[in-house]
Design a protein. Structure first.
Length: 225
């Protein structure tokens, strides 16, 4: 009985010893796998951390670039605003000058027909004649001198005739007399735009001798300032 009992005791002990060795190996293997997984996970975390740091660094660079661009844009905006202010000032000054010129032109245009009389004289003609006699030429020579010395002066010529004959003939006669005086002035250097002439035909009103109706009336005029 004793040998059997001893064998029964020793066999479970041996099996336990073998099982214990196997368990240790399995534990070591499991721990080794866990250490490898932990190392891999740690390496992954380190890589993601490095990647995140690189992205953050890139974002910082772009942020600096944007800030620099904003600074440059702000400088350009200020420069453009300064140029715009200068241009506005020049435009305002030009507008003021244009208003002044426009006002002056308007005043001149409104006064274009305004002229003040300075002097009046008459050149008389013989019956049915339009040629200038010596007395007429002497009077016109004095007038030419005055016109030359005063460029602001202009002259109005009005031609007349006596009522003898037909109306149409006397109108044409008055025009020929005006043309004779105008030609005399132009030939002596008086500019044509300074001479305004018209033939008005016969004077039919009574109380005036016919010899005083055969005439050209000259009115020296000056435009007011």
């Amino acid at each position: 009985m004793r040998p059997r009992v001893r064998l029964a005791i020793l066999l479970p002990a041996a099996l336990f010893a073998v099982a214990g060795c196997a368990t240790k190996d399995w534990v070591k293997e499991l721990v080794g796998k866990k250490e490898v997984e932990v190392d891999q996970r740690f390496a992954g975390v380190e890589k993601r951390t490095a990647d995140d740091a690189q992205r953050i660094e890139g974002m910082g660079f772009r942020l600096k670039t944007v800030e620099t661009g904003l600074d440059e844009t702000g400088g350009l905006a200020r420069s453009a605003r300064d140029r715009a202010d200068t241009a506005y000032t020049k435009a305002d000054s030009a507008s003021t000058k244009a208003d002044e010129v426009g006002s002056r032109l308007t005043r001149l245009w409104n006064n274009r027909h305004r002229r003040d009389p300075v002097e009046t004289l008459e050149v008389r003609f013989a019956f049915d004649k339009w040629h200038l006699n010596d007395a007429a030429q002497t009077a016109l020579t004095s007038l030419v001198k005055e016109l030359r010395e005063n460029p602001r002066l202009t002259v109005d010529l009005e031609g007349y005739a006596d009522p003898v004959g037909t109306y149409d003939y006397n109108v044409a006669l008055s025009q020929r007399r005006v043309e004779a005086v105008r030609r005399f002035l132009v030939e002596r250097g008086i500019e044509l735009p300074r001479i305004h002439s018209v033939g008005l035909g016969p004077i039919t009103a009574g109380g005036l001798p016919d010899e005083k109706k055969r005439r050209v009336t000259l009115r020296l005029m000056v435009q007011p300032d």
